[in-house]
Design a protein. Sequence first.
Length: 315
Amino acid sequence: TNRVLEVTDAELENLDNCQYRVKLVDHRANLQKAIQHAGQATNEHIRGETKDPATFNTSITEVHMNINRIKTEMVGFYLPLPPLPESIPPPIEEEEEEKPPARPPVPVDSDEEEEPFDASAPAPDPVEAPIEDFHSALIRHAAFKLRQETAKYIENDNDMITAARKIAQKFQQMAKYTKGRREMLELGATEEKSEFSSMTDMIKTCKEIIALTKNIQKHAGMISKNCPDKRLVMSLSNSMEPIGMLSQQLNIIASVKASASGKYNEAAEVEADEMLTINAQNLMKSVRDTVRASESCSVKMLSNPATNLQFKRKR
């Protein structure tokens, strides 16, 4: 009984004010009273002063009942799984009719991958990349780690996972902008056209990444408001806090890199590539940590704030 009281006190200390906490306080008070009655009944039973022999058994049973109430309340606090259907009706046999022609496939967005992502594959090693492609390899490595994290979940019912996957893909596109202006000009286009198209695309990609990070922050905030566990909420807040600052830094770095594209300076190009690489690594790590912390908080949510935040792991 002392162990049950210790676990209950620890749970109450970690909870904000909510209906679940009120019920636990009531159950704990009832258990405390039952333990006192059981102690008195035990002393009377040992001294032989008990008038009714059933009083001792009743007091012990009351203690067990209150312990089970606390256990049921704690276990029932987790979001229950949807109930299974009682019975599946047999399919209705219908006469075969001529089937209409199949619909053409829905056009796929540019963010979608042409080939399925293999999460079990080892991450690319930046050390093996050539020196001129080192920064690009570091960004691709961080993007691969983020894709590995998002590949653990079913994406259909979770907008946060979708946004995190798109961030990884956008950074894979951004990786080519760290190769420097000289490498871009070697692609065969004219100097003016290559500069304009590459820098314009880089600014556009940065804005898309910033919009996706705001989406992740919004969903993470919804989850934290519905989770009464203080430790999990603190962990989620610490994970998502750097995202806003890193997004602003990304916008500044991209703007500076684009504005300096007309005046080629190798030292400045290397410095800009280093800043972009460090920012990309830190931002994707923060997004990855936020996804993990959001899943932990979602387990203890009092209610699901939206139908598009279901964390379901792939089997």
